[in-house]
Each structure stands twice: as C-alpha cells, then as structure tokens.
Ligand binder design. Structure first.
Ligand code: FEO
Length: 402
C-alpha cells in the first residue's frame, strides 16, 4: 500500500518508516525506530530527492508508482549516498530507465564503488552554488562534506524555501504518520533521539556542521526536510540553535551526569550519596547512568547535553573498567570537548582507574577541565568518609556557578 504525505503544493514525502531494525548502522539501538525520508517534486519535470534503505525500497517504489501514475521519473537528486539512503538507487535506475542523476563528483565515485550500474543515465555533476531548474522550481546546491560523508550536499529549493538537508537536522524515531514537527510534542517525544542521532552520527564533524550552518543562514529557509525524522515547518530557529550548540561542543544545560561503573554496588552507593548531596545544594539537573546498563550512544548524547561529568569507576585488571574505558574512547572519537569532570575511583588493592581516567582526559580529549576534589574509594566508601563527598559536591556546585 502506498503511504505518502503532501509537504507543499507539489512536493510529497515518499519515504518509509522502519521498526524492525534494532541497531542503526548495526551499532545504535533504535527502540523508537527510524524514518528514511525521500521526497518527490512534481514540477514540469518529476524529481526524486534522495532514496531509502534497501529494506524500504518496495515502499518507495509503491509510493512513486502511485504519484507518478505511469509517467517517467525525470531526475534523481542524490544528496547522500550512504546505504540507508542510497541502497535502493539501483532499483530506481532499473525502473525508470530515463532518469537523470544529479550529484557531486564523489557521489558518482561512490555509486561505482557500491557497484551500481548507471550506464544509459545522464550523470549531472554539480558543485558549490550551482543551480538547476525543473520548471517552476529552481534548486541551488551547497556542498556539505563530512555531514556526514564526503560526497554530501544539500539542495535548496529557491521557489518554495525547502532545504533538503541530507543527514543534517535528522532524528532517530519513526514518524508513523506524523510528518511535521508541529504534529508532535517534539521536545518531549524526540529531542533525546535527535540529540542521540546528531551526537553519535555526526558529532565528530562539528566544524563541518558549523560551515553548513553558515551557508544555510544565507538561504531564506521556510522548511527543513532532512533524511530522517520530521520535516520542520516552524520553530526552525530552536532546532538550528540546538545544532549550533552541539556542533560547537557547547553544553546545552548546566547540569551533571554521573556515569558510574560498579561491580558489586559499592561504587554505586557512593555516587547515589553524591547525587543526594548535589540535590541538597539545590542542583536539580543531575542524572545517574550505570555504564553497564546504558548504551554508550546514550552516554555520549548526555555528555553533549550537560556541562559537568562525574566519572566513577572501579579498577579492573589494573585498568579502567572496560565499559567506562569504551565511553572515554567514544568521547575521543566523537571529538567531545569543553566539559568539566570530577573523578571517583575504586579499588580493593592497587587502585589505578582514577589516574588512568585523568590521564586520558588530559592527554586524549580537548579542552577539558578536571576538578581537584578526587575521591579514592578502597572497596567501599564508609560513613567516616562522607566529608569527601561533601567536598566534591561543594566543588561541583561552585564550578556550576562560575
Ligand atoms: Fe542517514 Fe549518513 O546516512
């Protein structure tokens, strides 16, 4: 059955929703699913803007068949070639033998790398600032390399103000009928998923996102049509501001995430007490995360949200607890910066995790601060050491007030 939504007078969403995939990119859990967005413009020429994952190909083809009503598809604009969008391109080329393809030099290079056969299809290579008319609608193309692959571009429809933004402004979470941001309570339902999507998928490429935001600011944008998640038709500034903060590695909120690795509950007991002491000092934006039970994509997302991060780890095989170590390495991989840390270590003998976490933060991460009040636990934090927690809570409180 076809499933389409009208975006503007002659523009349609022809994508699909995914609920059966459990891991996006085979790594990030997507409990709320994901959407693969593609858009069909019915101008004097018909234009498909991007495609979908292979799993959604049949749905896309049904949607196209329904809207084209036997007519040819004239153009395929490929803003992004990653297979969650590009995998169904070969099927489109087979079904519509006259379709012309618009992309960047690297788009066509990747098509060949993936083994696509484009013979017989005109390949139109565009570069920064090029324009193309499909009738009433004129597209201008802007290059967006590394947002989040090198071939990426975005397309701006000068006629209706729609920015086809590729992965930029995308969100995890299936749409399930609700196409527009104002058809849902986005902040309550999907902001966490948007943050988790951005930080884990595009987070490493903050400077490239900043470059794209500067280019996009020159377009009179009325709508943002990304490749995942809702189409934005109001409150654009609010969502752009989130991306501006994330891509500058600036915390959205003053707050504390306490990420802890506890084997038998003693480290957890200490951080529970620390959280209570922070609350007693009026700091309410505090969240605890057991790294063993929290996917690292959530830890990363939270580390982008807040200003302060407490790392509490047992010592394991003379090192940092492996799951905590993975979190630290993921922060490095995603270029995380500008946060304030507090360190708690535990060990029944030969405690090492504190020194190792501190060394990693100083040597491997950029522009991070570590508070002086470190706590060392020998097996369990006994009540006579409560003053250590008070000192750390005071230190965090004072840092938050800076
Ligand atoms: Fe949604 Fe980079 O692909």
């Amino acid at each position: 059955m076809y499933c389409v939504r009208k975006v503007t007078e002659d523009l349609y969403w022809v994508g699909a929703n995914e609920h059966r995939l459990s891991l996006f990119e085979n790594i990030h859990p997507i409990e709320k699913g994901v959407s693969y967005n593609a858009y069909l413009l019915l101008d004097e020429k018909s234009v498909l803007v991007d495609a979908v994952d292979w799993s959604a190909c049949r749905q896309l083809m049904e949607n196209l068949e329904y809207l084209l009503q036997g007519k040819e598809l004239d153009y395929l604009v490929v803003n992004h070639m990653e297979p969650d969008h590009g995998a169904s391109i070969q099927e489109i080329l087979k079904t519509y033998p006259k379709v012309k393809i618009i992309g960047t030099v690297k788009t066509f290079m990747l098509m060949k790398q993936f083994g696509f056969h484009t013979e017989g299809h005109e390949e139109i290579t565009v570069k920064e600032g090029d324009s193309y008319s499909f009738g009433k609608h004129n597209f201008t193309f802007a290059m967006a390399p590394m947002v989040h692959w090198p071939e990426v571009m975005v397309s701006f429809d000068q006629t209706n103000g729609v920015l086809f933004s590729a992965d930029a402004f995308g969100t995890f979470g299936a749409l399930d009928g609700k196409l527009f941001n104002d058809e849902m309570d986005f902040e309550r339902e999907l902001l966490e998923e948007a943050r988790r999507y951005y930080t884990n998928i595009v987070g490493k490429y903050g400077p490239h996102v900043q470059a794209l935001l500067k280019k996009a600011a020159k377009f009179p944008i009325k709508m943002i049509a990304p490749l995942h998640g809702p189409v934005w038709r109001n409150n654009l500034e609010w969502f752009i501001e989130k991306h501006d903060k994330w891509s500058r590695y600036e915390a959205e909120e003053k707050g504390v995430m306490i990420a802890y690795a506890s084997m038998y509950g003693n480290t957890e007991s200490a951080v529970q007490a620390l959280a209570a002491k922070l609350l007693e000092r009026g700091i309410t934006n505090v969240k605890l995360y057991d790294v063993s039970n929290t996917h690292v994509s959530v830890l990363i997302s939270e580390s982008f949200r807040v200003s302060h991060i407490v790392l509490a780890s047992v010592t394991y095989n003379m090192g940092i607890y492996p799951i905590m170590d993975n979190f630290l390495h993921d922060m490095k991989a995603l270029n995380q910066q500008n946060r304030t840390f507090a360190i708690i270590e535990n060990g029944s003998w030969a405690s090492k995790s504190g020194d190792l976490m501190e060394a990693f933060i100083h040597e491997e991460l950029k522009n991070m601060k570590i508070l002086n009040e470190r706590i060392g636990i020998s097996s369990a934090l006994l009540s006579d050491k409560a003053t250590h927690l008070d000192a750390m809570a005071d230190c965090i409180a004072s840092s938050l007030n800076e």
